[in-house]
Design a protein. Structure first.
Length: 458
C-alpha cells in the first residue's frame, strides 16, 4: 500500500483544511437529516448550481458518443453563452446509485432532476464515473480555453454522490485520475447517504441515513454541497497481487494493472528479532490496483461483507433499506463462524495468524517490518476514518499516555496514517460494535507523502 495522495470533494471556496472531530452516530445522523431549521428556496438553489444549457448539453453529448469533442451547439444556444457566465456560481453534477436507499434511488433521481436539470443528474446504471471523467469532463476542459463560461464551470465544479460508501469510493477513485493526469482542480465531493453503513458520510457530517422528510432534505444537501467548507481526507493507493490464472469478480474499486513494479524488498523481510525471513513468491503475479478512502479488512469481517454483498445481489427483494440490511448483515455474521470458532475444524477459521503475515513500513524506513498480533485475532482492519461499521469508532480515543507508550499519535482522517486493529471472536467484536471496549490495537501505519484531500463538511 502506497502513501496517501490528494483526492477531492465539495464544499465552500475556502482552501484551508479543517479537522473533523469524532461525533456519535446519533448526533451525526440528526445533523445529516438537516434538522437545523434552514429553509432553502428552490429557485435560488437552482440559479446557484445550474450549469448553462449549452455546456451541459455538450457534456451529455460527449458522453453519449464517447468523444470529448462533440459537435458545436445549435446557434440559438451558442448565442446565449456569454450571458450565462455571470450565473455560474457553484455548478453541481450529481451521481445517483438507483439501487441504493432500499432500491428507492430512482425516486431520489427524479427529485434531483426536478431541482436541477436532467443533464446534471447521472444514473450510475447508465453513465459510470470513468465515462464522465474521460468524456464529459474532458469536453468541458476542451471548451474552457476559448470559453470563459466553460472555464468558470470547470474551476467551480462540485460533485454530489447519492449512494453508499461503495458508490462514493467508485466516484472518488475515478476523480483521482485527474491528479495523475495533471487535470486539476479535482472537483470537491459531497454525499447524500443512501447506503447501509455510510461511514464516509458520517465522518464529514452528512449523516448516517437519509430522513423521512427527504424532499426538503435533498434541497438542504445540495445547498450545503454548494456552500460548505472544504475538509481533508487521505486517499491510499492499494495494490493486490494474486497468482496468475485466477478468475476474480472484481469490485468497481479495483482495476487490472498489466504494467506494475513489484517491490522486490518484500521478498526478504525483517522480524522483530532482526532475523531475515524469505518468502517464496510465484514467478508471475497478477496485479490489481485501486484507491482506498475508508477502510479494508482481511479475515472474517471481509468474508461476512463479501457474502452479504452477493446475497443482496442474488435476492434484491431482501434489501428494503438500511435497517433491513443491518438485520440481514447481523444474522449473516452469526452464520459465518464468528461465534462458533471451537467447532470449526479448519485452522484458517480459528485465527488469521495461521494464514497471514502482516508487514508494514514506518516513516523514514525502507525495510518491511513484521508485526506480531494475537492468535485469537480473526479479522484485521486498516482504518482511514473515525467511523467503521455504521458509525462505530473501534480505535477509540486512547489517552495520551497510552499513545506515547505504544508510539502512536492521535488519529485523524488527514494525518497520513492508517490505524490497524484486530477483532477476535464474535463476543469481542460485538462489544466493540456497541462501543463497550476498543478493538485490539495492532499498529499505526506511517508513510511519508502529501495528504491534502478536499471534502465537503456539513
Amino acid at each position: 500500500m502506497d502513501s496517501p495522495s490528494p483526492s477531492s470533494s465539495s464544499g465552500g471556496e475556502s482552501s484551508s483544511s479543517s479537522r473533523i472531530s469524532v461525533r456519535s452516530s446519533l448526533v451525526d445522523s440528526l445533523r445529516g437529516c438537516g434538522l437545523s431549521g434552514v429553509r432553502v428556496d428552490k429557485e435560488d438553489l437552482r440559479r446557484k448550481i445550474l450549469i448553462p444549457e449549452y455546456i451541459r448539453l455538450a457534456m451529455r453529448e460527449a458522453i453519449r458518443i464517447r468523444n470529448p469533442n462533440p459537435p458545436p451547439p445549435p446557434p440559438h444556444i451558442a448565442d446565449d453563452a456569454d450571458s450565462d457566465v455571470d450565473l455560474v456560481d457553484a455548478p453541481i453534477v450529481v451521481f445517483v446509485n438507483s439501487r441504493s436507499g432500499g432500491r428507492l434511488g430512482n425516486v431520489f433521481k427524479e427529485r434531483l432532476q426536478q431541482l436541477i436539470s436532467d443533464d446534471q443528474v447521472f444514473d450510475l446504471a447508465v453513465v459510470n464515473p470513468p465515462e464522465f471523467v474521460n468524456y464529459g469532463l474532458s469536453c468541458l476542459e476542451n471548451l474552457a480555453p476559448l470559453d470563459h463560461c466553460a472555464r468558470a464551470v470547470r474551476q467551480k465544479l462540485r460533485i454530489v454522490v447519492a449512494g453508499g460508501d461503495g458508490t462514493v469510493g467508485w466516484v472518488l477513485g475515478s476523480l483521482a485520475q485527474l491528479q495523475r493526469q495533471k487535470r486539476e482542480p479535482i472537483p470537491p465531493t459531497g454525499i447524500i447517504p443512501l447506503g447501509t453503513g455510510n461511514d464516509l458520510s458520517r465522518s464529514f457530517g452528512w449523516g448516517g441515513s437519509f430522513p423521512y422528510a427527504w424532499k426538503s432534505a435533498v434541497k438542504r444537501s445540495l445547498y450545503k454541497a454548494a456552500t460548505g467548507p472544504l475538509c481533508c481526507l487521505d486517499s491510499w493507493h492499494v495494490m493486490v497481487y494474486t497468482p496468475p490464472g485466477e478468475t476474480l469478480d472484481l469490485p468497481h474499486s479495483l482495476k487490472h494493472n498489466e504494467d506494475f513494479d513489484f517491490d522486490q524488498s518484500f521478498d526478504t523481510m525483517e522480524s522483530p528479532s532482526n532475523q531475515k525471513t524469505t518468502m517464496e513468491l510465484p514467478d508471475k503475479l497478477t496485479c490489481y490496483e485501486g484507491v482506498l478512502y475508508n477502510y479494508f479488512s482481511i479475515g472474517m469481517d471481509a468474508q461476512v461483507a463479501y457474502g452479504f454483498h452477493h446475497l443482496r445481489d442474488e435476492k434484491p427483494h431482501l434489501a428494503q433499506g438500511p435497517i433491513a440490511n443491518k438485520l440481514i448483515y447481523s444474522g449473516y455474521s452469526c452464520t459465518q463462524g464468528w461465534f462458533c470458532t471451537p467447532c470449526m475444524s479448519d485452522p484458517s477459521l480459528r485465527g488469521l495468524k495461521n494464514i497471514l503475515q502482516l508487514h508494514i513500513k514506518k516513516v523514514n524506513c525502507s525495510e518491511w517490518e513484521k508485526i506480531q498480533f494475537p492468535s485469537s485475532v480473526r479479522a484485521i482492519v486498516a482504518l482511514n476514518l473515525h467511523n467503521y461499521g455504521s458509525g462505530r469508532n473501534p480505535w477509540g480515543t486512547p489517552p495520551s499516555e497510552y499513545l506515547e507508550k505504544r508510539g502512536f499519535v492521535e488519529a485523524h482522517a488527514d494525518d497520513g496514517l492508517l490505524e490497524i486493529f484486530g477483532l477476535k471472536q464474535g463476543w469481542h467484536a460485538s462489544f466493540v460494535m456497541v462501543e463497550l471496549i476498543n478493538a485490539k490495537h495492532i499498529a499505526q501505519l506511517y508513510e511519508a507523502g502529501n495528504c491534502s484531500c478536499n471534502w465537503i463538511c456539513w
